[in-house]
Design a protein around this ligand. Structure first.
Ligand code: SAM
Length: 268
């Protein structure tokens, strides 16, 4: 993978390089690069193939452990219940699924498009003793192989940003939800506290790629992370996308000054 911003000694950290161009009808964003739509999945796959074995330790280091707090808030919002069935999309190494099961939730299907991430998740599940009420499946969140109206809760945590067709994911989540079911998304979002922006930009574009390079021996994947966050829809835009997909009672909660946000919508 190559990256324009890598070659700029001191890029304006939050500016999107004009050379990347806007994503057109046949292209989509991969970080700041516009790439043909069919190329994004292999590129994202390469990122997570590369980081899978160090994903959890890097998550703790990069977020200074704050992702754990966000996921606890997310799980509290999810409010696990024994009779309910969860579909966790882009579940990666399992944090959301494990939160659900630990909270007393019903049967969970943990899915991800990437076998390596899911394999790390399966090992972690076994280590935690989650054997019953848990299934794993390789699933592209844009084309969920489940019948209409078959699950009670759908979650996606830090996954939507990596999908090519985000509207397709939200529509699919709604389709598989039973009436009365709920879709919850945890994702990076738009910082709303001006004083936080310069520190956050420096952290994202200087510290993260350097950490990626030193610890995971992979600078580019962490540069992609920083860029993909800036390309992701802001709180209001994502809420509008939820409504457009037919979800009801859509609302969101910003976390840590807008660094992340939880979006929620119901299928009525
Ligand atoms: N949910 C986990 C968490 O919160 O720690 C993992 C998040 S990780 C940043 C993003 C995950 O999205 C990766 O495991 C990646 O393989 C997955 N992913 C990317 N595109 C996907 C797609 N189209 N369908 C399903 N999963 C996808």
């Amino acid at each position: 993978m190559t990256d324009n911003a890598l070659h700029d000694p001191d890029p304006a950290p939050h500016a999107i390089p004009p050379s990347s161009g806007p994503a057109g009808e046949d292209t989509t964003d991969f970080g700041y690069r516009a790439v043909p739509k069919e190329e994004k999945k292999p590129l994202v796959r390469a990122v997570f193939d590369s980081v899978a074995s160090r994903y959890d330790v890097m998550n703790d280091l990069m977020s200074l452990g704050i992702h754990r707090v966000w996921k606890r808030i997310f799980n509290a919002e999810l409010a696990p219940q024994p009779g309910l069935k969860l579909l966790d999309l882009a579940g990666g190494t399992g944090d959301v699924t494990f939160g659900w099961l630990a909270g007393g939730g019903g049967p969970a299907l943990m899915t991800d498009i990437n076998e390596k991430m899911l394999a790390v998740g399966r090992d972690r599940a076994i280590a935690r003793g989650y054997i019953t009420d848990l299934d794993f499946c390789v699933v592209d969140a844009e084309q969920i192989p489940l019948p209409d109206r078959s699950v009670d809760r759908v979650t996606i945590s830090f996954g939507l940003r990596n999908c090519t067709d985000k509207m397709a994911v939200i529509r699919e989540a709604r389709r598989v939800l039973k009436p009365g079911g709920r879709f919850l998304c945890l994702e990076f979002s738009r910082v709303q506290v001006a004083a936080l922006a310069p520190v956050y930009d420096a952290w994202s574009f200087k510290v993260l790629p350097t950490m990626g390079s030193l610890i995971a021996k992979d600078r580019e994947s962490y540069q992609y992370l920083a860029e993909s966050i800036r390309m992701f829809p802001d709180q209001e835009t994502l809420a509008d996308m939820f409504r457009e997909a037919g979800l009801s009672h859509v609302r969101y909660q910003s976390l840590s000054g807008g660094i992340a946000a939880i979006h929620s919508g119901w299928r009525l």
